[in-house]
Structure formats: structure tokens, C-alpha cells
Design a protein around this ligand. Structure first.
Ligand SMILES: Nc1ncnc2c1ncn2[C@@H]1O[C@H](COP(=O)(O)OP(=O)(O)O)[C@@H](O)[C@H]1O
Ligand code: SF4
Ligand SMILES: [Mg+2]
Length: 327
């Protein structure tokens, strides 16, 4: 892709400062997102996905959190040093975010219309009547029937799936260049999850908005993303296009994650999950962070930290088994 990326994250490090010192939750991660692209960020719970997305929004709770290094280039502007005033312009206008549980971002005391209109007025130079019309159009765009009626309703009157559609409408109502969706379907049942993912794909095609889709589920990645980065313990361990990663996963962690994706053709009682847990940030002081759980670990893995090695097919893998390129 030759076009300059919408977002270019370079060697980002975000830490939490505690009495034990600086604990790195996101440790030197780099990735770019281009116009119209859907990038997946996948990894188990605790790998640093949300801290990454909150860092991009500059919403990491500070203290104890802090971006301690790197750059976050939004259309070429490094927003790491940006003021809170500048960030308020950027949030909603340039980058919007949706979360797992829409109830946490919707105010239960105000109607959907109130909240939509308020956001639109804040970010677009329109009056209340125009904002209302844009709001109704957005609700229609995200596939909500009887949009005018929903404008008058309160969040608790809607189902979880409808609330997530409202959140997507709100996020997109100001034409952001980038939408960050942090586990947007995790709280929804499977059928509604599929509908929301289809909606996000359709909107991405229609509006050309770049999307970062954060998920613990490679099934979601397969469904919507073109490219994916796999995160483990605060680091990127593999990056590839989605077709490649399913056809030819290289990092032992990715292989494990793939084995835990439910396969509809196989009716297994229990799904495979990788034995052990993601180490807490700052606890693996030496060697590969996956070594304690890795079937392929060898002596070197416990003393040296692997780099992110470029493969002949454009894949990147942080594992000594792939240090020499294609294997
Ligand atoms: N406010 C916080 N204070 C201290 N540690 C935190 C805070 N938020 C997240 N962390 C730590 O950062 C790591 C990454 O968390 P997170 O990004 O939420 O993971 P994920 O979204 O991948 O499940 C975890 O070890 C978590 O305990
Ligand atoms: S570097 Fe070693 S421990 Fe780490 S993933 Fe590769 S084989 Fe496993
Ligand atoms: Mg998270």
C-alpha cells in the first residue's frame, strides 16, 4: 500500500507506575492502519489490547498509566505530546471508539436522540434540527428500524444488539477517519454478534472508514479483517494478512490461538485452550515471554528475547524458530 497510513504507531510503550516501579503493559509495539482497511488486534485477555486502544485515544488513566515512549502519528501528526484540548477535537472528529459494553458509554438518564444530537452538535457545525436529522439517518444506516421512535427512547428500552448499533451510529456520526472497536461483540450472543460484524464490514465499505478491530477471537478476525497483529504480553508476536495467518500461522502462540477457534464442523465438547496464563506485565524479565507455555521452547528461549523477524512472504514473527526467515 503506497498511500500514507491514517494511523502509524511507532514503538509505543505504555506503562503503569506502581510502588514496584514502571510496569510495561504495552512494550514497543508498532503498526499502521490505512484508509479503508480493517486491521485486527488479537490476543488473550491481559495481552495489552485495550491499553493499546486507550493509548491511541489518550485515555489511559493517568496516574497510574503513562505513555512512556514512541509516537502515535495520526495523519502525520504525533498525538503523544498533544494537549487535552487538541485531543478533545480529535476524539469523535478523527478517531471514534466503541467498547464491549455499550451501557458504559450510554447515559441511562438521557434519550438516544439527546445523546446522538449532543455529539453531532459538538463535532459538526449544525443546529439542533439538522443534528436530529443526521441522527435519524445514522440510526437508519446502522440498520435500526423505526429510527424516529428510537430517538425518543432510553438506553434500557433497547436490546444489547440495538444498543451496540446505537453506539456505532454515534461513533460514525461525525465521519471519523478511524474507528477503534474494542471487543464490540463479546457481550452479545452469537447471532447478534454476526449481525454487528456484517454491519461493520458494510459500513467500512460504504464509508471507507479505517477500523481497528480488537478481539480475543480469531473467528472475528477471519470474519472482518484484512490484516492482523497478534499480541502477547504487551508485544506484537506476529503480523500478517488474514489469509496467510490462517493458512500458515508461524508463531507457536498463534498456532495455539487457532486451535482454540471453534470449528462448526467439529462438535467437540470442550474447546482447546493454551495451557497456562498470560504473564503479568513486568514478570518475565528474560527470554521469550511465551516460553513458559510454548511446546517448542528450547534453551535459548529462556535467556534471549526474540526479535520480530521478517519472513520472505511479508509475514513478521517474533520467534527464534523463524529467525532465518521462511521455514
Ligand atoms: N489501570 C490499570 N492499572 C494497572 N494495570 C493495568 C491497568 N489497566 C490495565 N492494566 C494491566 O495492563 C495489562 C494489559 O491490560 P489490557 O490492555 O486491558 O488487556 P486486554 O485488553 O488485552 O485484555 C494487564 O496486565 C492489566 O492488568
Ligand atoms: S522463541 Fe522459543 S519460546 Fe518463544 S515462541 Fe519461539 S520457540 Fe516458543
Ligand atoms: Mg481489553
Amino acid at each position: 500500500m503506497n498511500q500514507a497510513p491514517v494511523l502509524d504507531v511507532k514503538e509505543l510503550r505504555t506503562s503503569f507506575i506502581s510502588s514496584d516501579g514502571e510496569i510495561p503493559a504495552v512494550d514497543n509495539i508498532s503498526f499502521a492502519v490505512h484508509k479503508g482497511e480493517i486491521l485486527g488486534i488479537v490476543g488473550e485477555s491481559g495481552c495489552g489490547k485495550s491499553v493499546t486502544s486507550l493509548s491511541i485515544m489518550k485515555l489511559v488513566p493517568q496516574p497510574p498509566g503513562k505513555i512512556v515512549g514512541g509516537e502515535i502519528l495520526l495523519n502525520g501528526e504525533d498525538i503523544v505530546p498533544a494537549s487535552e484540548k487538541r485531543m478533545r477535537q480529535i476524539r469523535g472528529n478523527d478517531i471514534a471508539m466503541i467498547f464491549q459494553e455499550p451501557m458504559t458509554s450510554l447515559n441511562p438518564l438521557f434519550t438516544i436522540g439527546n445523546q446522538l444530537v449532543e455529539g453531532i452538535i459538538l463535532h459538526k457545525k449544525v443546529n439542533k434540527k439538522e443534528a436530529f436529522k443526521i441522527g435519524v439517518d445514522m440510526l437508519k444506516l446502522v440498520g435500526l428500524p423505526r429510527a424516529e421512535q428510537i430517538m425518543k427512547e432510553f438506553p434500557h428500552q433497547l436490546s444489547g444488539g440495538m444498543r451496540q448499533r446505537v453506539m456505532i451510529a454515534m461513533a460514525l456520526s461525525c465521519d471519523p477517519k478511524l474507528l477503534i472497536a474494542d471487543e464490540p461483540t463479546t457481550a452479545l450472543d452469537v447471532t447478534i454478534q454476526a449481525q454487528i460484524l456484517t454491519l461493520m464490514k458494510d459500513l467500512n465499505k460504504k464509508l471507507d472508514t479505517a477500523i481497528i478491530m480488537i478481539t480475543h477471537d480469531l473467528g472475528v478476525v477471519a470474519e472482518v479483517c484484512q490484516r492482523v497483529i497478534v499480541m502477547y504480553a504487551g508485544k506484537v508476536v506476529e503480523e500478517a494478512n488474514v489469509r496467510e495467518i490462517f493458512k500458515n500461522p508461524k508463531h507457536p502462540y498463534t498456532v495455539g490461538l487457532l486451535q482454540s477457534v471453534p470449528d462448526v464442523r467439529e462438535k467437540k465438547d470442550r474447546l482447546y485452550s493454551i495451557p497456562g496464563n498470560v504473564p503479568k506485565p513486568g514478570t518475565v524479565l528474560k527470554g521469550c515471554r511465551f516460553a513458559a507455555r510454548c511446546e517448542k521452547a528450547h534453551d535459548r528461549c529462556f535467556v534471549e528475547d526474540p526479535d520480530l523477524y521478517k519472513q520472505d512472504d511479508g509475514h513478521y514473527v517474533r520467534c527464534f524458530l523463524h529467525a532465518g526467515g521462511e521455514q
